[in-house]
Design a protein around this ligand. Sequence first.
Ligand SMILES: [Cu+2]
Length: 247
Amino acid sequence: MIRFLLIFATFMLAILGQDTIEAPVITGNEDVTYTASLSNSHSSSIHGAVTVTPGSGGVGLLFRVFFTGLPEDAGPFPYHIHVLKVPSNGSCAAAGSHLDPYHRGEDPPCNSAEPATCQLGDLSGKHELAIVAPGVDNFSAEYTDFYLSDRQESIAYIGNLSVVIHASNGTRLNCGNFELDGHLTVPSTRRSSTSVASKTGAPSPSISASTSATPTRPSVVVDSAAKKSSTLSLETFITAIMTFFLL
Ligand SMILES: [Cu+2]
């Protein structure tokens, strides 16, 4: 009996050990625009840009994505925010790994129904892969990502990072660095969310299911550490029961 309980306890703890990390919803984003233009033109047919402005009321960031020249036989195309800048030689390999400040890791793959649990930089995982129909070589999307920031002090800050678009097999096809548009628009004071909304306009109708979904936790957390889900307390509970039986 005791052996059975030990095996059962080990099994349950192994399962529960896969704690779910939930990224906090980012509020208070600034009225600035960042654009990452895919720049490595000499080695890729793909061009385009990812433009980022504050989400409605400064909650999250509004992404406008446009890619063109997508080779028909290489998609669907994942694309991500990567943690390092693309160097002047244009090497997408030098862009490093995905933005993942909560150390979520690659596995299991991102579930778009639970975007808070995905790597912060996994844009195509949280929203949608760039998919093109036969004979079409461009893709566009617009969505709000609630877990990213345009404020330098945030660990979810995207302004000094890069975007990489991949072939379906993971090959890095093109990349570009986020740049503050015009380098002239740094606000000296934070503007109200009203002016943000009137400047950027309301988001257009969503394309993917997760695009316009209201976050289930409209928290005011800006930069606190990601929360672990309730699996930890369940883990403690099971351990307590096992201890009771063993004693
Ligand atoms: Cu990537």
